[in-house]
Design a protein around this ligand. Structure first.
Ligand SMILES: [Zn+2]
Length: 169
């Protein structure tokens, strides 16, 4: 493989475990490819089967048994391929409200969390858009919103290798 920047053959690629997105640092992807050039120093990370990886992570998030965390809301919006304004309009909230949910803004000393209704609607939208199983929306525990911790590994296909962590009280 040649370096995409300088064309040197001194380009090596290794499989690495990394968070797919800084917004969901507790979800790790094992099987990303990190390339490094010995000639020009160029580095890059590529995501094999990116669409499938997004589907696996989205499926785990919409089946989560407690409230979506801020970064998860944002990740699911990108899985919908929607701009913030479009998702806010779909959920029936203002763009600034959605922004507070996506960024865990604090108000009067308390972190603003996605509403229980919008949380469920977002999950349904993602299931429909990506062709994923519709999650059971009963009994989602809104008192907990710890991020889901999960490792997804690429073998023949991307798949979860660790059960989602239990809710943290
Ligand atoms: Zn190079």
């Amino acid at each position: 493989m040649k370096c995409p920047a300088c064309g040197s053959p001194a380009f090596t690629s290794t499989r690495v475990v990394r968070a797919l997105s800084a917004k969901i640092p507790d979800i790790l992807a094992d099987g990303l490819e990190e390339g490094a050039c010995g000639a020009c120093g160029e580095t890059c990370v590529t995501v094999p089967r990116a669409r499938e990886l997004t589907d696996v992570i989205a499926a785990a998030l919409i089946a989560k048994r407690w409230r979506l965390a801020a970064g998860e809301v944002r990740f699911l919006r990108t899985a919908l391929n929607l701009r913030a304004e479009a998702l806010a309009e779909t959920l029936g909230v203002t763009a600034s409200q959605l922004s507070r949910w996506e960024n865990a803004a604090s108000r009067e000393g308390r972190t603003v969390r996605i509403s229980a209704t919008a949380d469920r609607l977002l999950r349904l939208l993602v299931a429909q858009h990506r062709g994923l199983p519709v999650p059971d929306l009963r009994g989602i525990d809104a008192r907990h919103d710890a991020p889901l911790a999960l490792t997804v590994r690429l073998k023949a296909a991307w798949g979860p290798v660790e059960a989602p962590a239990a809710a943290v009280a």
